[in-house]
Design a protein around this ligand. Structure first.
Ligand SMILES: Cc1cc2nc3c(=O)[nH]c(=O)nc-3n(C[C@H](O)[C@H](O)[C@H](O)COP(=O)(O)O)c2cc1C
Length: 321
């Protein structure tokens, strides 16, 4: 049975709420009968920051998981084939949909999907209990991802140092910094608007146009703060299939955290910079797996005002006829 076109369009609209590096939204979709195909949109790739396309592919993996999550909420079961054709590397996934049971709390699930956002304001000092971090890591692992909370004090200290090193190395790479700056305050339906960067006077951000200063916003001051929960996501290799899975795990973890009232902020810098990525495997993960992305997790103060939403491209801009 073909999925109704209105349903397919609705699912894609919901999938596009997914997080993406610099809000590049590097995805294209095609509806064909009971199939939805996901393609990488390489025109939205940052070749200096992300030469291998890791962040781009993780972003697409997150959108794919958002699609599956929305489909489940609306009573559709999805059967996904990742990277179905070696001859077509931009075709990242084919999703076949069949009627099934809606998730137990579809309204809450869809509300969480719409509410999820990157809130870079400083977390409160309440620590995230280890069992909460374990539960979130478990949520990611359901998607065939390696996910490890970094709780050991030495490992955390090393991660903080590597993040500072990565930040210093990135700042020396003027061309990469300029490439990132193109995605801040871009206007229109893409990029990171100044309004979502806390305490960031326009002049301040524009003076330090990298990824909002050292991978962070001024309010957070240190790359990784003492009370922040940290989870590293990755796989057995640094390859596209692993990145897609990491994207799915990131999305699953983030939607669970949103439903539990926690805030998640990705920290990709120490993985992006080659020198620190190698050291992360060795010094933070003790060789257990290859890192694809770290995330910080914490509580925002109760009663904080909501953030404006980052914009999204219109459905017609992401659909291939
Ligand atoms: C692969 C990936 C890497 C990201 N890296 C960072 C990062 O290092 N720092 C940061 O503040 N946000 C990072 N983000 C968050 C994006 O900037 C954010 O998802 C995007 O601007 C859309 O905003 P939203 O999450 O509020 O919808 C990353 C997101 C993804 C998917």
């Amino acid at each position: 049975m073909s999925i109704p076109i209105t349903t397919a369009r609705r699912l894609i609209e919901l999938a596009c709420h997914a997080p993406s590096a610099h809000n590049t939204q590097p995805w294209l979709w095609q509806i064909d009968g009971d199939e939805i195909r996901l393609y990488a949109d390489r025109r939205r790739h940052l070749p200096l920051e992300d030469p291998d396309g890791r962040n781009l592919t993780i972003s697409c993996g997150a959108a794919l998981h958002h699609l599956q999550f929305a489909a489940r909420a609306l009573g559709w079961v999805s059967d996904v084939t990742l990277l179905p054709s070696a001859a077509e590397p931009n075709l990242l996934a084919v999703v076949r949909l069949e009627r099934g049971e809606p998730s137990p709390q579809p309204v809450n699930d869809l509300a969480a999907l719409r509410r999820r956002c990157t809130d870079r304001r400083r977390f409160t000092s309440w620590p995230v209990p280890p069992e909460v971090l374990d539960r979130l890591a478990e949520e990611a692992r359901e998607w065939d991802v390696r996910a490890t909370p970094v709780v050991d004090l030495v490992a955390r200290f090393r991660l903080e140092l590597l993040t500072s090193d990565a930040s210093a190395l990135r700042e020396l790479d003027e061309e990469a910094v300029q490439e990132q700056a193109l995605w801040v305050n871009r206007g229109g339906s893409e990029g990171v608007p100044l309004a979502v960067l806390p305490n960031s006077e326009a002049a301040d951000v524009l003076e330090r146009p990298g990824r909002f200063g050292p991978g962070l916003v001024p309010e957070t001051r240190a790359p990784v703060d003492g009370g922040d929960g940290v989870i590293v996501l990755g796989g057995v290799a640094d390859d596209p299939i692993g990145w897609l899975r990491t994207g799915a795990g990131l999305s699953a973890l983030w939607l669970r955290a949103t439903r539990d009232g926690l805030s998640v902020v990705p920290l990709s810098l120490p993985v992006e910079v080659e020198a620190t990525r190698a050291q992360m495997t060795e010094k933070v993960l003790e060789g257990a797996f290859v890192p694809h992305l770290a995330v910080r997790i914490g509580w925002q103060a109760i009663g904080r005002t909501g953030l404006p939403r980052t914009p999204r491209r219109g459905l017609d801009d992401v659909l291939i006829a």
